[in-house]
Design a protein around this ligand. Structure first.
Ligand SMILES: NC(=O)c1ccc[n+]([C@@H]2O[C@H](COP(=O)([O-])OP(=O)(O)OC[C@H]3O[C@@H](n4cnc5c(N)ncnc54)[C@H](O)[C@@H]3O)[C@@H](O)[C@H]2O)c1
Length: 253
């Protein structure tokens, strides 16, 4: 099955990454599920195999260059160059400026922005040799349009993703590699449901009142766009970060 496409997803154990793993599997990809959450990631890979798909799990901490390089190399040894990478892993911690330490700032940037560069840097050389590939990176509406108080490091890192996507898209277009981003709105995952760090369950339901489509997003709503951006259907798209928010940004007036 050398012609079966392959995808590597970071943070694939839960939330948007998990849904993305299932969506790529349903689209016929071999899926390399990666995460720091070993049990959750293994369960996703097992579930894909139980549904008749092909998937494996690898522990991948996107803050660790050696680990990232090794996992990408192992995937390539098995499948050849990756057809797609979804750089999804992310954290959103509530930290008021008065409590912002250099370490807290750096940690969020290390995961949310540099982590994307690390996985792209590892996967791109083999894609270049083959002359094709797609990278999809997760930004946020907090990076493209909204400000988010007490999450300045998150907003700044997610805005950085937009710049990373643009720059890499230009650098790699001549190699047949497309790079696009997704900026989700409010999506029902552990991140958004956290009372400590985000809206929490009640806040999330309240947010639905402001969303023109009338509901909070589900992980599948993002996963399907990731599959589209990686597919031939998006062959003339690169350098874009697509807002997927149920109309939230255009609906506030
Ligand atoms: N849920 C939302 O409303 C929302 C909105 C905008 C953007 N996003 C972005 O979408 C992406 C997925 O978020 P989610 O809502 O599914 O969150 P989530 O918290 O449910 O999942 C995040 C995943 O990233 C993984 N992760 C964290 N640190 C990691 C590291 N160092 N190395 C590897 N993996 C790591 C986690 O283990 C987890 O699997 C994130 O980048 C997030 O910022 C989410």
């Amino acid at each position: 099955m050398a012609d079966q496409a392959s995808v590597l997803i970071t943070g694939g154990g839960i939330g948007i990454g998990r849904a993305t793993a299932f969506a790529f599997a349903a689209a016929g990809y071999r899926v390399v599920v990666t995460d720091i959450l070993d049990q959750e990631g293994q369960e996703v890979a097992a579930e894909i195999r139980a549904r008749g798909g092909a998937a494996s799990f690898q522990h991948l901490d996107v803050t660790d260059s050696e680990n990232t390089n090794a996992v990408v190399a192992a995937a390539e040894a098995q499948f050849g160059a990756l057809d797609a990478v979804v750089a999804n892993a992310g954290i959103a911690h509530r930290v008021p400026l008065s409590q912002m330490t250099d370490d807290k700032w750096d940690h969020t940037f290390d995961v949310d922005l540099k982590g994307i560069m690390r996985v792209a840097r590892a996967a791109v050389p083999a894609m270049q040799v083959r002359g094709r590939g797609a990278i999809v990176a997760l930004s946020s509406i907090m990076g493209v349009a909204y400000g988010w108080g007490e999450h300045v490091h998150y907003s700044a890192a997610k805005a950085g993703v937009v710049g990373l996507v643009r720059g890499l898209a230009v650098e790699l277009a001549g190699d047949g590699i497309r790079v696009n981003g997704i900026a989700p709105g409010y999506i029902r995952t552990a991140q958004a449901l956290s009372e400590e760090h985000s809206l929490g369950p009640a806040g999330l339901e309240k947010a639905a009142e402001f969303i023109p489509i009338g509901r909070v997003g589900e992980p599948d709503d993002i996963a399907d766009v990731a599959v589209f951006l990686a597919s031939q259907a998006a062959r003339y798209m690169t350098g874009q970060t697509v807002v997927v928010d149920g109309g939230l940004l255009v609906g506030r007036y």
